[in-house]
Write a protein that binds this ligand. Sequence first.
Ligand code: FPP
Length: 232
Amino acid sequence: MNKLKHLAIIMDGNGRWAQKNGFPRTDGHKKGASVVHEIVTHCRKIGIKALTLYAFSEENWGRPKEEISILMELLLEFMVKERVTMLDNGIHFNPIGTLEKLPDFLKNTLFDLEKETSINAVMELNIALSYSGRQDILNAIKNIISQNNFDTYSITEDFFSQKLSTFNSGDVDLLIRTGGDFRISNFLLWESAYAELFFEQKLWPEFTADDLDRIINNFSQRDRRFGLIKII
Ligand code: FPP
């Protein structure tokens, strides 16, 4: 049975869910935010060590202003509401991405909560905001080059992983995308090299803890070979 340490989720389908139910797109995000609460709580309960959620991509800045501002407000609300739960349950809140681009009201709360929860080590909760997997890799390269006298032989895969924003979480074991599309959209490109992929038809606002259990059950039975062969 495969051990699931790092779970990553592309939470897609909020807009389509809203459209399907005759609501404005922003209502899809509101419903999506309540699902985030359910899934984070469930992951903590079942002992997942790291959960990375794609909440806002670098490309999402191109969306209408009012949609962006609702998303920012929902993120703030999430942090305010979940603060005590994170503190009480050993969850380290770790925002990743080009955070400088975020509005000040959000940045301050993000950084404060990260600091406040930084001693927590039961579960790492990475929230990807203004995130781009390629950019994260470029940042790691720039970081390495900026160190004087670096020795090229010391740049191993493990060393490089430590320079990424997910350095506390390690490689992704399972990557789920809801909403029926089959792509990874610039998410955790390095970390997902050997991730098991699961493309779920359900839209994110319809996703439940039971769906997650079903997918984890499927994951646990997969034959993960990491490029090796089985010796029978
Ligand atoms: C993709 O759906 C989803 C997003 C761009 C935002 C995800 C945000 C949330 C789930 C809520 C806020 C997050 C937190 C952590 C509280 P889409 O809008 O692209 O849907 P569509 O493909 O159906 O249009």
